[in-house]
Design a binder for this molecule. Sequence first.
Ligand SMILES: NC(=O)c1ccc[n+]([C@@H]2O[C@H](COP(=O)([O-])OP(=O)(O)OC[C@H]3O[C@@H](n4cnc5c(N)ncnc54)[C@H](OP(=O)(O)O)[C@@H]3O)[C@@H](O)[C@H]2O)c1
Length: 339
Amino acid sequence: MNNLGKNKKLLLAKYPNGLAELDDFITEEVEVPNIVDNELLIQSHYVGVDAALRLIVRDSDEFLFRVQPGDIIHANIAGEVIASNNKDFEVGDFVTGALGVQSLSISNGEGLEKCDPNLSPLGSWLGGFGVSGLTAYFALFDECKPQPGETILVTGAAGAVGSMAGQFAKLAGAKVIGTTSSKEKCDWLVNELGYDVAINYNDENWYEQLEAAAPDRLNIIFDNTGGSVMNEALKLIAMHGVVLLCGSTSQYYQDEMSGPSNYIWLGSMRARLQGFVIFDYAERYTDARKKISQWIDNGSLKLPEFVCDGDIEDFPSAFKKLFEGKNFGKMLLKLPAAK
Ligand SMILES: NC(=O)c1ccc[n+]([C@@H]2O[C@H](COP(=O)([O-])OP(=O)(O)OC[C@H]3O[C@@H](n4cnc5c(N)ncnc54)[C@H](OP(=O)(O)O)[C@@H]3O)[C@@H](O)[C@H]2O)c1
């Protein structure tokens, strides 16, 4: 054993029923063994709080990275190498990786990515400069290909991916409409992120607002949530439009997940429903980050973050807040080790 103290880790206690509750998780403290040849020890500074976790804690074998009761909670972390017997990593290096919700992780380096905090602050490597921003970047520019003057709807617009997708679409010259859950978030989308129109999907007349905002119909629906908003929006898809299926947050905690019944509009409008998984683009992350850095440097792009200060045992309440729509941009759990 070494003298690093204990590793605090978060495990799944039981499968959640509906929205995940605090008692669906349990914290455990274990001794950290000494690292052996080729291994390194990482201290977590930030944990990414991702909606997709609710999908993989379902009692189902159908989804990648399944987490079962007793397993560590799957999550991406950003942290610092504090001991290394691996020639590719030095003490003091910063890395990100899918190391789970824990304060200390031992790794052989596989799947880790080095981060340069001078390029972008460490937490952002989990958000706008990390998977969330890269998802928005590739899904939008490679799959949706917005053209100047086109109209795009982003659902889940104020979330980690949505807040980046809307900004990228504006940079492409499109008219950008977003949906979210409150007036405060709508104001933020327009005033802080430059959305042209933001619609509160809890308004009774939200669909009429959408119709009025998109007189030439929707060339692109960038869908993060699925559910009734996406279903109704399909009625407004434009000729040869694209519906990008990025995520289906509204469905992840349902006993029976359901898809859109208004698919018939895709047929008459010669539109396509396009699936997407970010990992297909891993070899191009560096190129995308160069472009993202340029936009940050010239002031035309923000990396919105919603930081919750806390420790490993605070992850479940942050995760609950995510599904209550409390976040503006990427939700991060900032751990005591982060300066
Ligand atoms: N395809 C890929 O490779 C890929 C990669 C990353 C993420 N994703 C997916 O992209 C989606 C967005 O992920 P994210 O990390 O950016 O999460 P996020 O949008 O930051 O967080 C979740 C948001 O979802 C909204 N929400 C929660 N329950 C909802 C409901 N019942 N109906 C509508 N909206 C609801 C809330 O915003 P409101 O306040 O607006 O309701 C909440 O803030 C997720 O579905 C995720 O799985 C896909």
